[in-house]
Design a protein around this ligand. Structure first.
Ligand code: CMC
Length: 390
């Protein structure tokens, strides 16, 4: 038996080698395959980013067209899946439905599950990227009791998602281009973030040889917690709870967040890796200002509260000393709400967007040499003792 390092929370452990995403937490830098996130957000789009993350290089024009067309060809889901949804309670949290349904995809798409074959891995990746918006929108439609919409392959990735969410057979839904652009931006900003809890979960599950749909379902489960992807939902709930933007009221919540006897934390603040501004939060805040400005909602009360909360926290010694800054989730919820997306769908949208990151990491791992992930422990239980025989 060797000597094992005790590293709870993996504060100092690199679990793998990866060429996908680079983060410099001290400087607030995030690169995907070498490209800075702010440049990607400005000049690229989600589908191109998917190609880049999965394949390592930006696509040529022809490669992009083929990739996009292939995704469009896979947006429909097996008709039988509609019955799977119907087994859930209507008021089930959409994340619980998504966990189950994505895990269940292996039961529908088992024709290409030989993970040792590159072609099969690519097909599963394409299926996931293409079907996640359909599955996510179905969670919402099921919740509100409306019929499911089939995807529209004449629309862009983001437009199609908005269409499936908000269209119904009784009235035409006009896609607002501002919303579609903002949606695409939100997808991009959540696409990958190296070895976070959910990605590590996907890799760990994948290291056993489990199929990619099961692995992504494990990632969705890990993402759901409020310390991870559930934070975007928690931010909006927090802004609701804060309620008004008076100075004393906001200060009261800042004081609660600082109080070690109070479990309340400032949601959307702090990050394990960033000890500086989260570069995604900067782009998200700009997008938030753009979208709400274009909608004439620049003076939205929740946006006012969020901005004042940020200002006060960034000047407060507690947050300064601990290097706590707003993270990607601080402003995303305000944009999603302005688009009309209900709070309980926020983490589902994070999961949809992160699917490309998860599957790229899974693909990178399975394509190279890897071992089953098997951490050790420091045993602190009872030493050996005899079972009493009388
Ligand atoms: N509000 C108040 N205090 C905080 C916060 C916060 N949001 N975040 C960290 N702290 C304090 C914490 O109490 C601790 O103080 P002390 O040193 O006195 O004990 C110190 O800062 C370090 O915190 P930690 O919990 O040890 O740091 P961590 O790296 O383990 O946790 C985190 C990172 C993101 C879980 C945490 O900052 C947090 O809970 N934030 C709120 C939830 C959130 O916004 N999560 C989304 C993360 S970004 C999206 C994603 O990638 O999932």
């Amino acid at each position: 038996e060797g000597v094992f390092t005790y590293d709870p929370g993996f504060m100092a452990t690199s679990s793998c080698q990866s060429a996908i995403t680079y983060i410099d937490g001290a400087k607030g830098v995030l690169l995907h395959r070498g490209y800075p996130i702010d440049q990607l957000a400005k000049h690229s789009n989600y589908v191109e980013l998917c190609y880049l993350l999965l394949n390592g290089e930006r696509p040529s024009k022809e490669e992009y067209q083929t990739f996009e067309r292939t995704i469009r060809n896979h947006t429909m889901v097996h008709e039988q899946l509609a019955n799977f949804y119907k087994g859930f309670r209507r008021d089930a949290h959409p994340m619980s439905i998504l966990c189950g349904v994505v895990g269940g995809l292996a039961a529908f798409y088992h024709d290409h599950l030989d993970i040792t074959r590159e072609e099969d891995r690519q097909i599963s990746a394409i299926r996931l990227i293409a079907k996640m918006p359909t599955l996510a929108a179905m969670c919402y439609k099921y919740n509100i009791g409306q019929p499911f919409n089939y995807p529209r392959n004449d629309m862009s990735y983001a437009e199609n998602f908005l269409y499936m969410m908000f269209s119904n057979p009784c009235e035409e839904y006009q896609i607002n281009p501002v919303f579609a652009k903002a949606m695409d931006r939100i997808f991009m900003l959540h696409a990958d973030h190296e070895q976070n809890a959910s990605t590590s979960t996907v890799r760990l599950a994948g290291s056993t040889g489990a199929n990619p749909f099961a692995c992504i379902s494990a990632g969705i489960a890990a993402l759901w917690g409020p310390a991870h992807g559930g934070a975007n939902e928690a931010v909006l709930n927090m802004l609701d709870e804060i309620g008004d933007d008076s100075e004393e009221n906001i200060q009261r919540f800042i004081d609660k967040a600082k109080d070690k006897d109070d479990p309340f934390r400032l949601m959307g603040f702090g990050h394990r890796v960033y000890r500086n501004f989260d570069p995604r939060a900067k782009v998200m805040k700009e997008t938030c200002d753009e979208v709400l400005g274009q909608l004439g909602l620049a003076d939205d009360p929740q946006l006012r509260i969020a901005k004042r909360l940020e200002e006060i926290a960034l000047e407060d010694e507690y947050f300064v000393k601990r290097k706590l800054y707003p993270n990607v989730d601080f402003y995303s919820g305000i944009i999603l709400k302005a688009i009309g997306i209900p709070t309980n769908m926020f983490t589902v949208i994070f999961a949809m967007s992160r699917t490309i990151g998860w599957i790229s990491h899974w693909h990178e791992m399975i394509s190279g040499d890897y071992k089953i992930g098997r951490p050790r422990q420091l045993y602190i239980g009872h030493p050996q003792r005899d079972y009493p025989t009388e």
